[in-house]
Design a protein around this ligand. Structure first.
Ligand SMILES: [Fe+2]
Ligand SMILES: [Fe+2]
Length: 274
């Protein structure tokens, strides 16, 4: 293991969340994942590494605004395309912090090694997604930090900081599953506008995110099983408690089902259509 790496997976997860610069988060995510998969890194514990921070480290730019003050994003025109890529890059940066926070924050709970293998893979892929979009912004003469971004996603994590089942319900099974609904139309639109490079980035993200939802569904069921709880009613109760508003159709039923998120989970949480 190289000398500048934290000494355990938990310490590494904390270092990624605390890192201020995006390049450092990405560098650490790649290095720690590699070391974990080479079996060079111990899990460690929160008592050795210290508690996870309440807020992630973030660069000086972008300026963070309340979600209601954010301008609407469009994919038409050069400025619209940059704004869309910027907001997607921001979502992926949040996903980096949220995934590594998940790895570090709940490490006091006894979980199989395969649990960490799954989420380290997710943490690596989120870093890759951020880098791809950041790179795409660069090719369009822009950069992450050029425009404001919102702070809503991290708040979702704070609301579930105490409860692993709630965290899995809200992050992979509500928010990332929503990504499965909205990404295919974005890919089609990018292709229709002749922006094949953006479409290719979105296709990679879509493919990876199906796995992230699948890991969420798998480990949510595992936690429910361990606590002798039924997964669907537990999911409904946690989402009603921790997520504001109904889940918005149309749903990508096929991709959701392939990920193990069957309609019995989300349909009862959608508004009734009359
Ligand atoms: Fe992602
Ligand atoms: Fe993801």
């Amino acid at each position: 293991m190289s000398r500048d790496l934290p000494g355990s997976l938990v310490a590494g997860a904390k270092a990624i969340v605390c890192a201020k610069e995006t390049s450092e988060k990405v560098r650490l995510a790649y290095a720690i994942s590699k070391s974990w998969f080479q079996r060079d890194l111990a899990l460690g514990s929160p008592s050795q590494a210290g508690p996870m921070p309440d807020r992630p480290g973030r660069p000086d730019a972008p300026l963070l605004l309340p979600p209601r003050d954010m301008p609407k994003r469009k994919l038409s025109g050069a400025a619209g395309r940059v704004a869309l890529l910027h907001s997607l890059a921001h979502i992926e940066l949040n996903a980096v912090d949220l995934t590594w926070d998940l790895i570090g924050r709940f490490a006091h709970i006894r979980l199989p090694r395969s649990y960490y293998d799954d989420w380290v893979r997710v943490g690596l892929e989120e870093a890759k997604h951020f880098s791809m979009l950041d790179d795409r912004l660069g090719r369009l003469g822009a950069a992450y930090g050029d425009m404001p971004a919102h702070d809503g996603l991290w708040q979702a994590a704070q609301h579930t900081g105490h409860n692993l089942a709630a965290r899995l319900a809200i992050i992979p099974l509500v928010l990332e599953a929503r990504g499965l609904d909205i990404t295919p139309p974005m890919i089609e639109k990018a292709r229709a506008l002749g922006d094949d490079d953006t479409a290719k980035c979105l296709e990679i993200i879509y493919r990876d995110e199906k796995n992230h939802v699948a890991f969420g569904a798998k480990w949510f069921r595992f936690i429910c099983d361990r606590n002798q709880l039924k997964p669907e009613p537990s999911f409904h109760a946690l989402v009603r408690k921790h997520f504001r508003g109904a889940l918005k159709p149309p749903f990508n039923d096929r991709a959701r089902s392939e990920a193990g998120l069957t309609p019995g989970f989300y349909k009862p949480l959608a508004p009734l259509v009359g």
